[in-house]
Write a protein that binds this ligand. Structure first.
Ligand SMILES: [Zn+2]
Ligand SMILES: [Zn+2]
Length: 447
């Protein structure tokens, strides 16, 4: 059991570089020697081998978005075997979503965890969602165990959230009212990668869309003037975007692919099409960037006379990590022997241009999605591929990666129990969340 670390409590060894603000009005200090971390650790060790079996089962049977039937069955059957858990498979009309609830029967906060379990086309569990699934299940069960042992008030809700890889399962559950129905106060999840451990992961907002131009055929040599060239419209837009790229802010990303470039060289192209993805650090900045990119597509239409059609695709909000929850998580992660830099450094280093539908959750309630490092190296210690590579698919299957996921489960559970037992922490998390929402609305109104 690796509960105690030889590090001093975080508040003691860092207060000369940064003040660890405890929740205003908290009814006890962050580290008062409460023994619930020991209970969480002991309990998690007892379920670790069962969770390891589920993780391998999910990993070795990769399923794509909304087709995660095997994983859904493995997870819901395991949860149904847990005492006092109410499990709803295929929740909210989504076949591979589920909701599992543990209710103390006493009024208190509701803490929630999201479990992902979808894989990628062709390269299986190369995003390590098998580890996310068992980290969240382990954390939810451990939290419920502490509620039982300590007679705490409140509830734990575990959501099975399919289709993170582009399908937006969490957004569907949000829209269906899953989080509101269960009166969820906070949402916790985690993600493995080859980057260092981090609490305050910010992801990018992204928006995908399809672009089509409709022109008119003509003989390209004999009577080109009779035609309207749809490919020229798309190429003009593509070049305008290439020019725009230098004028964008750091964190702005524009990605494009031409999927239809016409029929034959000797016919003026009546149709062209492409797929584009735009990303930025916040959803307000994404709106601003989208306007500029759309102007490039309009330029293609204006220059050629072709008709433009834009069809929106998937869209995820950026993830706004809740710092109050991050402080709690980081404190317990340290006590479990892990290392996360202090808050101001963590928030910079943990920023990523990848995107997740947990971002949309973070605009609905205080959310935390810590990153955990797993080893993707060859036998000589040379760095191999990160998420979305075949190397990472192998890395997500090792015993060592499972041990890391179990440490994350413990730290997430401890954060959840902290929320349940320290009213000031939840109040601080919500105050920060409200402030972030006000800032978002202000920024959006200026677009
Ligand atoms: Zn991924
Ligand atoms: Zn992922």
């Amino acid at each position: 059991m690796a509960v105690e670390s030889d590090q001093e409590p975080v508040a003691a060894h860092e207060d000369f570089v940064m003040v660890e603000h405890d929740a205003e009005g908290a009814d006890r200090p962050l580290d008062d020697g409460s023994d619930f971390l020991a209970i969480i650790s002991q309990y998690t060790e007892t379920v670790s081998s069962s969770l390891r079996a589920i993780s391998l089962d999910i990993h070795d049977n990769p399923e794509l978005q909304y087709k995660e039937h095997h994983a859904h069955k493995a997870l819901t059957e395991f949860l149904k075997d847990q005492k006092d858990w109410q499990v709803t498979p295929s929740a909210y009309g989504i076949e591979t979503a589920f909701v599992a609830v543990y209710d103390s029967g006493r009024k208190g906060p509701t803490v929630s965890f999201n479990a992902e379990y979808d894989a990628l086309v062709g390269i299986g569990h190369a995003c390590g969602h098998n580890l996310i699934a068992v980290a969240s299940v382990g954390a939810a069960l451990a939290t419920a165990h502490v509620i039982l042992e300590k007679g705490l008030a409140g509830r734990v809700v575990l959501f099975g959230t399919p289709a993170e890889e582009g399908g937006g399962g969490k957004i569907k559950l949000l829209k269906a009212g899953a989080y509101k129905d269960h009166q969820v106060d906070i949402s916790l999840i985690s993600h493995p990668s080859i980057s260092p451990d981090a609490a305050l992961v910010c992801t990018a907002a992204y928006s995908a869309f399809k672009v089509e131009y409709f022109g008119k055929e003509a003989h390209a040599a004999a009577r080109p003037w009779d035609g309207v060239n749809a490919l020229d419209a798309l190429i003009t837009a593509y070049n305008a975007i290439s020019v725009l790229r230098q004028q964008t802010q750091p964190g702005d990303i524009i990605q494009g692919q031409i999927t239809n470039g016409g029929l034959r060289p000797n016919i003026i192209h009546a149709y062209s099409a492409g797929r584009f993805v735009v990303r930025s650090t916040t959803r307000a900045r994404l709106e601003a960037l989208k306007k500029r990119v759309y102007a490039c597509f309009e330029a293609g239409a204006t220059a050629t006379g072709a008709e433009l059609k834009l069809t929106p695709g998937g869209s995820y909000d950026n993830h706004m990590p809740n710092k109050a929850l991050g402080r709690s998580y980081r404190h317990f992660f340290h006590r479990l022997g892990g290392e996360i830099p202090r808050e101001d450094i963590d928030v910079i280093e943990a920023a990523t241009t990848a995107s997740t539908d947990q971002g949309n959750i973070s605009y609905a309630m205080p959310s935390l999605s810590p990153n955990f490092w797993i080893r993707s190296e060859d036998k000589d210690g040379k760095q191999l591929g990160g998420p979305h590579t075949p190397d990472f698919e192998k890395a997500a299957r090792t015993e060592e990666a499972h041990e890391s996921a179990m440490r994350i489960a413990k730290a997430l559970a401890a954060t959840a129990v902290d929320v349940l037992t320290r009213p000031g922490l939840l109040a601080e998390a919500k105050r920060e969340f409200d402030e972030m929402k006000r800032e978002d609305q202000r920024a959006l109104s200026q677009q």
